[in-house]
Design a protein around this ligand. Structure first.
Ligand code: MN
Length: 243
């Protein structure tokens, strides 16, 4: 853990009281996810990471996860909870998915959409990866559908990496199920945009906002995307999403 992250832990621990200090000290690498949970005031919660914050290293470092999950993801939830307590009070009883769809259709609620979609996208992203993942999906429906839509896994991988790496500026690369055409599609979306409100069912995603990789890869987005595909993709999660 670097010095800057440690000082953030200490400040937050002091703010959240003596009990928090004990938990942060005992939890070791879980210190930063603990902080994220402590900050989640309001109806929208950021779920705990599905692994320890150093579990994806060296592809994604604990330092990146600490800022990305502990600060960025949590920050979107805080922004959304603030909106739901005030200007967007009429959305407070909706599910996160319904907040995303409803706010996307209302240009006056762009800030709510951005916060809500980013909360959802990030939770989906953490689950799209696992330690020891990546490579080809196991035999089954998902692999068959990849073959039908893209020819074979190598062709899928090349197209998915190209679209994700090529997303101009901040955004996301997705594998999604097109409900209308009944086939897998690759999508690249800008900012907080998600296939959720496009008649698509997300299958897996890679975050290509700079905060997702800059601490580890600087400007080498292609190296980050290829390493995630080769070493981290959670194909079991993807297969479950396809159903
Ligand atoms: Mn992100």
């Amino acid at each position: 853990m670097n010095r800057k992250a440690s000082s953030i832990d200490r400040r937050t621990a002091i703010k959240t009281g003596a009990a928090a200090v004990a938990v942060v000290a005992a939890a070791g690498t879980l210190a930063k996810p603990y902080i994220a949970r402590a900050q989640g005031e309001g109806p929208i919660k950021v779920p705990p990471l599905p692994y320890k914050d150093d579990a994806l290293a060296p592809v994604i470092s604990a330092n990146t996860i600490g800022f990305h999950y502990g600060k960025h993801h949590t920050g979107y939830a805080t922004a959304l909870n603030t909106a739901l307590a005030g200007p967007a009070k009429d959305y407070a009883s909706l599910s996160l998915e319904d907040i995303i769809k409803t706010s996307r259709a209302n240009p006056n609620r762009a800030a709510v959409f951005n916060a809500a979609a980013q909360v959802w996208n990030h939770t989906f992203y953490w689950n799209s990866m696992r330690p020891g993942g990546g490579g080809e999906p196991p035999a089954g429906k998902l692999k068959d559908e990849i073959g039908k839509a893209f020819g074979d896994f190598a062709k899928f991988k090349e197209a998915f990496a190209r679209a994700t790496i090529g997303q101009f500026a901040s955004g996301w690369g997705w594998l999604a199920w097109d409900e209308k055409d009944k086939k897998l599609v690759i999508q690249a979306t800008s900012n907080a945009e998600t296939p959720l409100h496009r008649g698509m069912k997300p299958i897996l995603t890679i975050d290509v906002w700079e905060h997702a990789y800059y601490l580890d890869y600087q400007n080498r987005r292609a190296d980050y995307v290829n390493a995630v595909i080769d070493k981290l993709i959670n194909w079991e999660f993807a297969a479950k999403n396809l159903g």
